[in-house]
Design a protein. Structure first.
Length: 253
């Protein structure tokens, strides 16, 4: 099951956290993996690690807020591997600020990365996928995505972006299904990544964050990567427009 041999996967935000773990997981299932982010040194090291395990990888520096870089990166990926089958939209930013004090620059930075970037990477990737009538687009959302009865103060712009990701996922699932492209989202809970390190190292903040989840711990990036592999595979062939929350039971309480 979950055999991705000869599939080509394109991962954004691959330099750390969920993106890095997912790139490794996709490669371990046989996919040729294109890893992208702004930090080229991290990408080169990741590509080397993937290759050391006998898999194929390509590192490309790319900023998801710049459409010209998106187009160039996907062109390079297709030139290298001949096709594009799987997209993991994962690049993201989060900055804390009270709603009444939030600046236009903070809003724009978050929405440009977390939502606009997803849109244009998916658009360019889907054009390639449509050529082969097969594709998988996987968008990383969050439990902070609205519609689930849980609010998150001081990250209003982040919540708006992640709710938008789910709306985008559902719209694309409907529009791209006739082309053989499935589109799904994953909503992580509190995961051990660079984004959460500061909070999880603070005993008070960590206790507050984890008190709601029945499993009473933060998740690992590899636990999100497992969901990515499922959505990327043929075993997910009857799943599209779905959001899978991997949150330690957070939303169940």
């Amino acid at each position: 099951m979950f055999d991705l041999t000869n599939k080509v996967a394109f991962v954004t935000g691959a330099s750390s956290g969920i993106g890095r773990a997912s790139a490794l997981a996709l490669a371990n299932q046989g996919a040729k993996v294109v890893v992208t982010a702004r930090r080229m040194d991290k990408l080169v090291a990741l590509a080397a690690e993937i290759k050391s395990h006998g898999h194929q990888a390509l590192a490309i520096a790319m900023d998801v807020t710049k459409k010209s870089e998106i187009d160039s990166a996907i062109t390079k990926a297709v030139s290298e591997f001949g096709r594009l089958d799987i997209l993991l939209n994962n690049a993201g930013v989060a900055e804390f600020a009270p709603f009444l004090d939030m600046t236009e620059a903070q809003w724009d930075k978050t929405l440009d990365t977390n939502l606009k970037g997803y849109f244009f990477v998916a658009q360019t990737a889907a054009r390639e996928m449509a050529k082969n009538k097969w594709g998988r687009i996987i968008n990383i959302s969050s439990i902070a995505s609205a519609g689930v009865g849980v609010g998150f103060p001081q990250i209003a712009q982040y919540c708006a972006s992640k709710g938008g990701v789910i709306g985008l996922t559902e719209a694309l699932a409907d529009e791209l299904a006739p082309m053989g492209i499935l589109v799904n989202a994953i909503g992580p809970g509190v995961i051990e990544t660079d984004m959460t390190t500061g909070m999880l190292k603070d005993p008070t903040q960590a206790a507050q964050l984890l008190s709601r989840a029945p499993l009473k711990r933060a998740g690992k990036a590899e636990e999100i990567a497992a969901a990515v592999v499922y959505f990327a595979s043929d075993e997910a062939s009857y799943t599209t427009g779905a959001t899978l929350y991997v949150d330690g039971g957070w939303l169940a309480t």
